[in-house]
Design a protein around this ligand. Structure first.
Ligand code: KG4
Ligand code: ZN
Length: 334
């Protein structure tokens, strides 16, 4: 079964072709980073308009790259939420209409399910059941995954997501957009242990997170410092170490609590090298998607869509994006 995946929940237009027999055939991504850079963050209306411009040519291009045509498609998976409503509407409308015109099934894919299944695109797939740490720009959560579609949220951020904390802290330090990777690169030039930052909520039981206090702590530390470039790097390092340590402690706790041996990391912050290195030291089997599949992409949506379509999960032909959508509402794939 050949499935086209379409991702348009935020600032990346992604498409991919996933074959349930042969695996991932191809994926293409167009990032809107340059478009939003001058505004210091994603402008939703500009994002929607750019998805309209890019998705159809991307679909034509990816099919041509595999010497395939629309007629070869057996199904379509498109991101229906969570995300920016206008951006979601574009991918959902294109996906649904294309499926209608081709008389093939289409399925609304949950963006975070896409992220947490992204490690399944690798040759060495994680074994079920696993605990997933989802760390993106909009979400930070620990999820117990017993089967595809059977998700229990063990804990989540009570305020900023980890990626959001990276982005906002980077903005406060005048590092530019997109903040997360820039702050992470600066942190690598910083010296560890110069500043002592808190590890929020680790002394309390439970698996929830809170990152907004760290952001303020970082700004106060910067304001009080002598503000040399090295101070900035050291502060970036202290911030990153605090986030990484906090995520590490909560992952260890989630594995203990569930008795699970397998941990999967997914979402944009999963591209953070310090986080990857620290989590690899856990006494568990830890899986990461390749770097390009940590951040938003069409491949993970094609995969999640293919799993659901293969299981015969058909839906009525309605275009209904869901800017808010809990992972726990999804049906199990059997
Ligand atoms: O999963 P994603 O691409 O989009 C959402 O669904 O949100 O995640 C984007 C987030 C942004 O907040 C970005 O700053 C962060 O992931 N990010 C990073 C790194 N690369 C991306 N944060 C820390 N270190 C990185 N290397
Ligand atoms: Zn994402």
């Amino acid at each position: 079964m050949l499935v086209l995946g379409i991702e348009s929940s935020c600032d990346e237009s992604g498409v991919a072709l996933y074959d349930t027999e042969k695996g991932l055939l191809a994926h293409e991504l167009y990032s809107q980073i340059e478009l939003h850079a001058e505004y210091g963050g994603v402008v939703p209306e500009l994002a929607s308009r750019d998805h309209i411009r890019k998705i159809t040519p991307l679909i034509k291009d990816i099919l041509a790259s595999q010497q395939l045509s629309l007629k070869d498609l057996d199904g379509i998976g498109y991101t229906a939420g969570p995300g920016l409503i206008g951006a979601l509407l574009v991918g959902a409308s294109i996906g649904r209409s294309l499926a209608w015109g081709l008389n093939i099934p289409a399925v609304a894919v949950h963006h975070m399910e896409g992220h947490l299944l992204a490690p399944m695109l690798e040759d060495e797939q994680p074994e079920l059941p696993f605990v997933a740490l989802l760390v993106s720009g909009g979400h930070t959560m620990l999820v117990e995954v017993k089967a595809i579609g059977d998700y229990q949220i063990l804990g989540e951020s009570l305020d900023d997501a980890a990626g959001e904390a990276f982005d906002k802290t980077a903005k406060m330090l005048d590092l530019g957009y997109p903040g997360g990777p820039i702050l992470a690169a600066l942190a690598e030039e910083g010296e560890a242990g110069i500043y002592k930052f808190p590890r929020p909520m680790v002394d309390r039981p439970g698996l929830d997170f809170s990152f907004s206090g760290l952001k303020t702590f970082t700004l106060n530390t910067w304001t009080k410092s002598t503000q040399t470039p090295q101070d900035k790097a050291n502060i970036a390092r202290a911030f990153q170490d605090a986030v990484v340590d906090t995520l590490f402690i909560k992952c260890r706790r989630a594995l203990e609590q569930t008795g699970c041996q397998n941990l999967v990391i997914a979402g944009g912050v999963g591209a953070n090298k310090a986080l990857r290195a620290k989590l690899a030291t856990l006494n568990a089997s830890v899986s990461f998607p390749r770097m390009e599949f940590c951040t938003d992409n069409g491949a993970m949506i094609a995969y999640a869509g293919a799993m659901r379509l293969k299981a015969g999960q058909l839906e009525a032909a309605v275009i209904m994006p869901r800017p808010r959508w809990s992972l726990e509402e999804l049906a199990e794939v059997v």
